[in-house]
Design a protein around this ligand. Sequence first.
Ligand SMILES: [Zn+2]
Length: 307
Amino acid sequence: MERSRILPMEHPMDSAALSSAVNQLAETYPILTVSGIGKSILGKEIPVLILGQGKKQLLYVGAHHGMEWITANLLLRFVNEFCEFYDLGRPVYRKNLTDLWQSYTIHVVPMLNPDGIDYAIHGIDPENPLRSRVISMNGGKEDFGRWQANARGVDLNHNYDAGFDEYKKLEKENEIPCGAPTRFSGLAPESEPEVHALCNYIRFHAPLKAVLTLHTQGEEIYWKSHGKTVVGSEAAFRKLSLLCGYPLCEAEDLASYGGLTDWCIETCKIPAATLECGRGTNPLPISDFFPIYLRLREALFSFPTFF
Ligand SMILES: [Zn+2]
């Protein structure tokens, strides 16, 4: 029986489903480059899928947070459709994908936090060596359905080297414990292997034209860090906002420190934005996948051409 060339997205994407989908895409589309950026705390591969071979390079990143696995579904569907339409020679939103392939390289990391996603979907494995420590970080509960951090309780989107010391003060004021389901930033910037691997990947591929990070939820785009953005990037984000209908916003309080978007803008001077996909209560149900994807689809295909 011939396998479908467009993978179904009927289930939450855990790390096993991700690696099987990545293998299937690599078999079906030899043009797709599949590699890894590194490994998670529990030794899981963090795959990167590379579309195109152009000089202008961009990065899309999903699933920093455990409950936000739907962003991995979204990015995998984007990669899948890009390869499918490229193979068929079919334009998408009046764009010739062969031209796009020659001019741009889009690096896609669909799931930065495979351990946290597996905790949120399946709970914690009895064999997990961190089990008792992590259950106590989770307030003694075995229900990990609202877990956002990595395998050892560090929130990856606060572990980047951007306002880390200021955030540490807020952490104290807000009584965020050392190791928690959400918002603990770690002992030092890039202390977590997932973040360190991604930062190294970005440094290695410098200069990137832009970085787009998918989170849930809120239907908003965060494109500044403490009021700053990269000179000349405003037009691109305004176009992005028009295409998906999400307004441009500015992060406040705890949300405005130590994230990938902050690090790209402040340290690397790379235009970057956070897309808060969908609306509702995290974790968004898998039934939200199609409506969110349809809303973002043109934006994901078009964003590179703004640079
Ligand atoms: Zn998030």
